[in-house]
Design a protein around this ligand. Sequence first.
Ligand code: NZQ
Ligand code: ZN
Length: 381
Amino acid sequence: MDKFTFSYPTKVYFGKGSAGQAFEKEHGRMGKTVMLAYGGGSVKKNGIYDEIKTMLAQAGKRVVEFGGIMPNPTYAKVQEGASLAREKQVDYILAVGGGSVIDCCKVVSAQAQLSEDIWDMEYGRGQFPMAGIPMGAVVTASGTGAEMNAGAVITYGEKRWKGPIFGTAASFAVLDPDYTRSVPPMQVLSGAFDTLSHAMETYLGTSDQDNVSDDVALAIMRNTVVNMRRLLVNINDMEARSNLMWDSAMAENGILKCGRLTDFQAHQIEHQLGAYTDCSHGQGLAVIHPAYYRHIVKDAQEKFTRFAKVVFDVDTAGGGVVALENFIKECGLPTKMSQLKSTVEITPEVLRLVADTCNIIKCNPRELDREEIYQILMECL
Ligand code: NZQ
Ligand code: ZN
């Protein structure tokens, strides 16, 4: 194993009914005024909002509502939440939603206690927040693993940039597979593909020495594929949903990253694709991954061969990439840019902008240049 530091700030309440259990244990640590943050309204339709609001009322909390957090949350929405939190003197933020709601709240939490703009602080001065309003996360759509880390992915429209901003990690997270029952099937599968991508991108980073983190990553990948296939048979298979919910958390809680640097080049490309098109994160990844892997498979033959064997039961490195591509098709996920829901037509010009502005990773099997990233994107058109 390479040298690493690991710390873990989030207490997890997993399983049916775990929101009630979490509230019983945690409400004393929430203070009086709780910001209840949520997305575009799914929580009101499926009853989760009423359930949480009742728990907050029973605990005697004053509730400040912060709704309307959009998928791919924007920097403007973060600033709106931070102003509200300051104005209403919020003691605790409860994020109820998928990765977008949770990410938005992580940065709201930190920004609300800063006198300067968090973007300027992180990207301008290279400094990161030391404090924030404490927060908790109730996961209603799984896949990103956002509930178990402090990194948020925010879209800054004016700057044409989608990328990380570090905020506050949740002090506790509720993972109740029942809360994901109403998620549309395509979102369930694209969320799960995001999990698979996190494990693949971590596994393909450096260093290349044998280590337990790789073994765990491969187990998460295999389990994710197995359970996604179970969902193709029955999307309401709750055993599969619960495995996927924990796969999702495991892939992004730092355990797989112990002793290694990560690849995440496909994520960097997808995030900029998202900045220009507002496409779904998991679906963007499904389009980009096979093309990216076709380009780098020769640079990590041994690793791809092991991936092929463990995850897809095929014998060769190239066969593993083909199996991944076939699996994406089997799931009905998009394989071409034209199949993504986008705010603009995805043209070669748009892809040029994506290639010219995305981050380039140095700890992947081979560092790409912008021309090759453009080629990869064009192969997905
Ligand atoms: O907004 P509402 O009405 O709640 O609807 C949401 C949204 O339309 C819906 N949804 C959520 N829970 C539901 C539900 N619909 C019915 N029933 C429920 N129980 O699902 C839609 C998508 O939600 P969203 O939160 O956007 O999806 P996801 O969890 O995939 O999050 C995506 C965001 O997370 C970022 C992505 O870039 C993207 O911005 N990521 C965050 C990461 C992190 N912090 O560690 C890592 C990832 O790589 C990723 O980049
Ligand atoms: Zn992701």
